[in-house]
Each structure stands twice: as structure tokens, then as C-alpha cells.
Design a protein around this ligand. Structure first.
Ligand code: SF4
Ligand SMILES: [Zn+2]
Length: 391
């Protein structure tokens, strides 16, 4: 593949080969259920989260994002008619009027390879029986087309429809070389415009704790990404601090001593640069391990034992009402782990240390048998595009 091609601009071939290796070492998703619904009642309102089994995100199948292990269904065992039957059965048990419904396959709802068109029509047909105030589904930016948005609009009976997109960063260098997203920010911008023109809202997920770069780089990326997305009028940002999950590149790097989780104080630091009006659109996510099976996450972003419970409660308060009032107690909270984290963070410059990136890529290439030729070509490309990014 020529380094001048559009595909090379999006796809880092070294990271893809490494991620494919990580993927192949991973176990498939246990086929415990074909459809699972979590129903919550808060006062008089019902919130339903509907999950259905699929073959998994097609980007993941090719060697997906470096922090993700959403897994994949065992395709040979996956009977689509049985999945539909189960979705229909479970949805019939739900209350007739719901406040919020979130629907998701393992990966991306509008991904043609994961949820083929004919199957999606049948899923939407079942979902059209539900009436709700808010409907959300999660999908990759590059899976969104006018045709799929029209299908969504025509079938879902909700006052507000939102697509949740894993944007991670608006920095194309980080998207390609740290996250392995295979999507440029321009695609996200176009998708936001199209969705808005059809009355569909966007919630953008933004990450911190990227591999290969220091915390100052990912915090600075999060700040500028959030600003750009707010300017594009997304209805919500969800800020995530990456945790380490089994079967991800983050786990691999951590085992090699080349990665560690950021601290939850990094979330407060990102939020500290936004106004009250902006904070009302900035949610936080993944700061707790919500899984019943705690082993689904190997490491959470750090807080010390002395402050963990207090600080998590403060993050809960922010999540329930994101604004300056609920952020202030986090900013003024005092703990030794916060001082230590800030002391390290303030020593860093928000600049990518290419030598460090090169060393990590070299170590990974050995581990995943990437050829010296491919690695060298890629390092030259990454160095060139990094210097162009700095101009
Ligand atoms: S696009 Fe989403 S589901 Fe797919 S690999 Fe990336 S984070 Fe995971
Ligand atoms: Zn502490």
C-alpha cells in the first residue's frame, strides 16, 4: 500500500497488525444471552437498556481500537431469527411507556457488516412498538449513512433520537497512531451535520489516557476536542478515562511495562477549563467499575484508598448534575494522591515524544512479528505527519 493512498492516511498498518494479533489472543463473547434488557425505574420513569448479540464491531474484527474489548459473538452459533425472537419476547415484557431507551449490539448499531440492512429493518420494526421520550443507539461514525439515518427516523417513535459516537479525539494523528480508529475527524464533522439536518442529536465520546503519549497530550486533546464538538453543537459529550480491559492493546502494553492508567484526577483537570454552560453538556463515564464480574476490568483509573469512596461520590454528584457547583468540590478536594498526580502532570509538556513512540512501536513489532521493513516505512510516515501536525 502506498503511503500516499487514502487508506494509508487512515490505517496504520503496524498498529493494525498488532491489533489483529491482540484480537486473535482474545476469547469470544460468551453466548449467555441473545438479548438482555436492564430496566431501571427512577420515580415514575422507566429507563431500558437493550443489548443484543451480534458478530461484533467490524472494525474490531480487522484489529480495532486500542482500548476496546467489546468482544464478538461466535458467528457460527449466531442464529439471527433466534436473536430477533428473543428481542421481540423481551420487548413485549417492557412497560408500555418508557422515558429512555438505549439499544446496542456488541459494537455498532448501523455497521452494515455487524447488523446487516435486512436484519436492522427487522430490529427497527420490533423497536417501533416502543414509545419513549429519548432513544439512543451507539455506532461508529463511518457506519452512518443518510439511508440508515432515514431508517432510524422513520421507525423510532421517540421525541429525541441520539446517536452516540466514539469520537475519542479530534486529533487525526492520535486517531490513527494511538487509538487505531481508522476514521478522521472530518468524517465525524460530516456525520454531525447530516444527523442534525435530519433532527437527530449526537452524543460524542471523548477519551483520556491514550497509549504511546503522556497524560498532558491526552488531556490537551480532550480539551480541544470537547471545544470543537461543542462548537458543532453536539447535544452531549461523554468524557471517559480509559481503564485496562483484558484482551486490549492497553493490557499488552501494561504487561510490557509500557502503559499505566491515568488518574481520575485527570477528568477533573479536563473539566476545570469549561464554563458552567459548557459543563451542562459534558457528562462523565467509566469512572466506576459497574460490572458484576469485576475481572472484566484489570485496572481502573487511579485514586488512593484514602480518598476513593469520597471522590467517587463527588463524581457521582457531578454525573447526576454536571455543572460548576458539583465540579467545585472535586477541584478543591485535598488528598496526597491528587498532589502527587498534579506534580507529575505539571512536569509534562503536551507534546508527543516521538522517540518514545518509536521505542514502543519497536517493542510491539517484535512481540507481534511485524517485519522490519513495514515498521521502518511506518515510522518514517509517522515522523513526517507528526512534524506536519506541529506546523
Ligand atoms: S469502533 Fe467502538 S466497538 Fe469498534 S473497536 Fe472501536 S471502540 Fe470498539
Ligand atoms: Zn487520594
Amino acid at each position: 500500500m502506498s503511503t500516499n493512498s487514502d487508506e494509508y492516511r487512515l490505517v496504520n498498518p503496524v498498529l493494525r497488525q498488532v491489533m489483529k494479533g491482540v484480537y486473535n489472543r482474545r476469547r469470544s463473547f460468551p453466548m449467555k444471552y441473545l438479548c438482555d434488557i436492564r430496566l431501571e425505574r427512577i420515580y415514575d420513569q422507566f429507563f431500558a437498556q437493550i443489548f443484543f448479540m451480534s458478530r461484533g464491531c467490524s472494525h474490531d474484527l480487522k484489529g480495532g481500537c486500542t482500548m476496546c474489548n467489546y468482544g464478538y459473538g461466535q458467528e457460527h452459533l449466531l442464529d439471527q431469527e433466534a436473536v430477533l425472537k428473543e428481542i421481540r419476547y423481551k420487548i413485549e415484557q417492557l412497560p408500555k411507556r418508557l422515558h429512555e431507551v438505549v439499544v446496542s449490539p456488541i459494537g455498532s448499531m448501523l455497521d452494515e457488516e455487524e447488523v446487516p440492512h435486512d436484519f436492522l429493518i427487522k430490529v427497527f420494526d420490533i423497536l417501533s412498538d416502543i414509545k419513549c421520550n429519548e432513544f439512543t443507539c451507539e455506532t461508529r461514525a463511518d457506519s452512518i449513512s443518510c439511508e440508515k439515518l432515514r431508517l432510524l427516523k422513520d421507525n423510532i417513535r421517540a421525541d429525541k433520537i441520539t446517536l452516540e459516537i466514539g469520537v475519542e479525539s479530534t486529533d487525526d494523528w492520535l486517531l490513527r497512531n494511538s487509538i487505531n480508529k481508522n476514521t478522521e475527524f472530518k468524517t465525524v464533522q460530516d456525520v454531525i451535520e447530516t444527523a442534525h439536518s435530519m433532527g437527530i442529536q449526537i452524543c460524542a465520546n471523548i477519551g483520556i489516557g491514550f497509549p504511546f503519549v503522556n497524560e498532558a497530550v491526552s488531556i490537551s486533546s480532550a480539551r480541544s476536542s470537547i471545544r470543537k464538538l461543542l462548537e458543532q453543537n453536539v447535544s452531549c459529550i461523554a468524557l471517559f478515562a480509559y481503564n485496562i480491559r483484558p484482551g486490549t492493546l492497553l493490557e499488552q502494553l501494561w504487561r510490557m511495562g509500557l502503559y499505566q492508567c491515568t488518574s481520575l484526577w485527570a477528568i477533573a483537570e479536563v473539566l476545570s477549563s469549561f464554563s458552567d454552560v459548557q459543563l451542562r453538556r459534558i457528562q462523565i463515564s467509566w469512572y466506576r467499575n459497574y460490572y458484576e464480574e469485576k475481572s472484566k476490568i484489570l485496572h481502573m483509573p487511579y485514586l488512593c484508598d484514602d480518598c476513593r469512596e469520597d471522590v467517587l461520590a463527588l463524581f457521582d454528584a457531578y454525573r447526576n448534575d454536571p455543572c460548576q457547583k458539583t465540579l467545585q468540590p472535586l477541584l478543591s478536594y485535598q488528598c496526597k494522591c491528587k498532589d502527587e498526580w498534579y506534580a507529575g502532570y505539571r512536569m509534562q509538556k503536551p507534546e508527543i515524544d516521538f522517540l518514545n513512540v518509536q521505542n514502543m512501536y519497536t517493542a510491539l513489532s517484535k512481540e507481534f512479528s511485524v517485519s522490519a521493513e513495514l515498521l521502518e516505512k511506518e515510522l518514517i510516515y509517522m515522523a513526517r505527519t507528526l512534524s506536519e501536525r506541529r506546523k
